[in-house]
Design a protein around this ligand. Structure first.
Ligand code: GCU
Length: 666
């Protein structure tokens, strides 16, 4: 049967090695599931399905399994070390015991055990111990009520609002399983550019129906809200957060939500950003807005996630600085239940950005890291770009907020500032396409995001390997070839699109392909020339003290390193410096030669990707292999498009020939 990608990494294909299969079978004579919540039942069911596939025979589910040996025993036991969601999988008294301090811990342990077997590891001395480093691990969908997905490239929305609440597409449950398997415990179904419709009684029923599917998988449901909802659907004259009527409206609405979704998670808000309404419309600030919603949540167990992605139209300053300027002064002003959600970088999900300067600068506020899994600026569902290295680069960046080692990861997981709550969000890349993500390899971005949200110390390489083994093949040579290909893919993409710290030079509005020549748009900060600043002298945005001084938003140690072109990592160079074309860089080449070399070697590397992919063909499903191979052909053609467009465009300013080492474009 051809592999259509629907089963994601939860394939559970029969273990090929007969010896290995036997060893697993010996330890899987039964699955003991204590009676308990639907979460425990889901864990038992998943193990049963998974083992049936892996072993090629059914494994009975029993009640308690006391006294018997050679089985898998699920157990909820008081163990403070495991926390609310941690697990321990070990052998005890002849059984494999999957233990959690809660039902959710057991669920995550069951998936960990399955992953252990799916990746071909030994069961005899299994010993898995893990608990999440970040408490709220979100997936944010940018899905609209009409079925479209903002920046979605894998078909339309998987949420069929017109059919809900009566029709429950079986796909919803598979979605929940996939998320639970990687530890995602919160989802927002609707776009941050929110429709007020979701807050109507009609839509609350639909959201509640989805929440019922998510609940057994440990997933809570949150909602993006339109700030102007009290006006749009509430019949009020205002949405001023300090207006008593507005406050009453939100409190009543929140109570109404909890009546239909008792474990509702809370609100996600995009306000006063890109034309969305917000508290500033009434002269109030972000904290006034967020705190009003926190108050509306009252005693309910919910939170407010307030997004920091803001920048004003026609601002004469540097867009890089705007979120910082609006939010940093509010540190300490947010209510307890509020988290502020910050994109990984200061502009907007570019292929490479320096970490957002708010990380480390708001010690009194829990900051949620927002990363984008949908490849808005990274080639949609056409280019193969594995994103774990991008996410890791941000997590591992040192903010120096409390001295060396104050990484973004430690800011986000709350350890640096001792926050009681912590969160991370990935903008989903999921749509109605049969294989969920359009590009089969984009599944690895959903997968690795979830795994990193659980444990940010995992490496990109280990996660690529894990995903490949579970999803594509176990053949060792192919696994290492694919792992290597994935791990290098993001750097390759950067080289042929935006090397050396170039950014935001892509096609206007669609955000696809090159358009470095764009001079006019609805706003100055939506052009390309605003960002690259090419002129007769050189290239790049001077953000040092002699320029916009966005660099001044970072800790002194960061300023010191990035402020000097000689020590600034070449990957960030043009983010912070306007560099003369003829200047010799730390790489030993002039800017012009280094830039063009990167564009050319980047494009050439896509040929290398094609060759690597061709090599693994015998080890992969034929249809899936052919699909990716075709996409790699588009990727090469478009890498040449990027290379030639950018090199020829910048050459008008540099007025230099290509270095002799490069072949001129044909
Ligand atoms: C980007 C994206 C928008 C999105 C926005 C956001 O600007 O292009 O479609 O709404 O980010 O994150 O709010």
């Amino acid at each position: 049967l051809a592999d259509d990608g629907y089963r994601l990494w939860l394939k559970y294909d029969q273990v090929r090695d007969a010896g290995q299969r036997k060893a697993y079978q010996k330890q899987a004579n039964f699955i003991a599931v204590p009676s308990g919540s639907p979460v425990l039942q889901a864990a038992g069911r998943e193990l049963q399905n998974g083992l049936q596939g892996l072993l090629g025979q059914s494994v009975p589910m029993v009640g308690e399994g006391k006294g018997s040996k050679g089985g898998i025993v699920l157990s909820v036991a008081a163990n403070p070390e495991l926390g609310q969601e941690g697990y321990r999988v070990s052998t005890q008294g002849g059984n494999v015991v999957v233990m959690g301090a809660t039902d959710k811990g057991v669920l995550y342990g069951a998936f960990a055990l399955l992953r252990h077997l799916q990746t071909g590891q030994s069961i005899s001395a299994v010993n898995l111990n893990s608990k999440p480093r970040i408490e709220y691990r979100f997936l944010n969908h940018w899905d609209n009520p009409n079925g479209t997905v903002e920046r979605g490239y894998a078909g339309s929305s998987i949420w069929k609002w017109q059919e809900l609440p009566e029709v429950i597409d079986p796909r919803y449950q598979d979605y929940a399983r996939a998320n639970a398997s990687i530890g995602i415990n919160g989802v927002v179904f609707n776009n941050v550019n929110a429709s007020a419709r979701f807050l109507t009684a009609e839509y609350l029923q639909k959201v509640a129906a989805l929440a019922n599917v998510m609940r057994p998988y440990g997933i809570r449901v949150y909602m993006s809200v339109l700030w102007a909802a009290p006006k749009v659907i509430g019949g009020l004259q205002t949405s001023d957060p300090l207006d008593p009527q507005v406050r009453r409206w939100w409190t009543a609405k929140t109570d109404e939500i909890y009546k239909v979704i008792p474990d509702f998670g809370g609100f996600l808000v995009k306000a006063n950003s890109e034309g969305e309404p917000g508290p500033q419309d009434y002269g109030r600030n972000h904290a006034d807005g967020a705190n009003m919603l926190a108050e509306a949540l009252g005693q309910h167990d919910g939170i407010v996630i307030w997004r920091a992605f803001v920048y004003k139209a026609n601002s004469n300053g540097d867009r890089f600085k705007e979120a910082f300027q609006e939010f940093q002064p509010l540190d300490g002003k947010f209510a307890k239940k509020v988290l502020v959600q910050v994109k990984n970088g200061p502009i907007d999900f570019q292929a490479r950005e320096p970490f957002h300067p708010l990380f480390g600068a708001m010690p009194k506020t829990p900051l949620v890291l927002e990363v984008q899994l949908t490849q808005e600026y990274l080639g949609f569902a056409t280019h193969l770009v594995y994103l774990a290295p991008l996410i890791k680069e941000c997590l591992e960046a040192d903010t120096y907020a409390k001295g060396p080692g104050s990484t973004v990861a430690k800011v986000v997981d709350g350890t640096i500032d001792n926050h009681a709550i912590s969160g991370i969000a990935g903008v989903a890349n999921i749509g109605s396409d049969r294989n969920w993500t359009g590009h089969p390899v984009s599944q690895a971005n959903w997968y690795s995001y979830g795994r990193l949200a659980w444990d940010h110390t995992l490496t990109s390489q280990a996660l690529a390997e894990e995903w490949t083994k579970m999803t594509l093949t176990q053949e060792p040579k192919a696994v290492s070839t694919i792992t290597d290909l994935l791990t290098k893919s993001r750097d390759i993409y950067v080289r042929y699109t935006t090397p050396l710290g170039l950014h935001h030079i892509m096609g206007q509005s669609i955000h696809y392909g090159p358009e470095p020549w764009l001079e006019k748009s609805a706003r100055p900060d939506w052009t390309s020339i605003y960002y690259h600043k090419a002129d007769a002298v050189g290239l790049g945005f001077n953000r040092t003290a002699t320029g916009s001084n966005a660099l001044g938003l970072y800790a002194p140690q960061v300023q010191k390193q990035w402020g000097d072109p000689a020590t600034c990592p070449p990957n960030y160079l043009l983010w912070f410096h306007h560099v003369p074309w003829t200047q010799t860089l730390s790489t030993g080449q002039t800017l012009w030669n280094e830039l063009t070399t990167r564009y050319y070697t980047g494009a050439d590397s896509v040929l290398w990707m094609q060759q690597q992919w061709a090599q693994v063909q015998p080890a992969l499903d034929a249809e899936l292999h052919a699909d990716v191979a075709s996409r790699l052909r588009i990727q090469y053609r478009e890498a040449l498009w990027w290379r030639d467009a950018c090199v020829l465009y910048f050459q008008q300013y540099a007025k230099q020939p290509l270095p002799p080492t490069l072949t001129p474009p044909s």
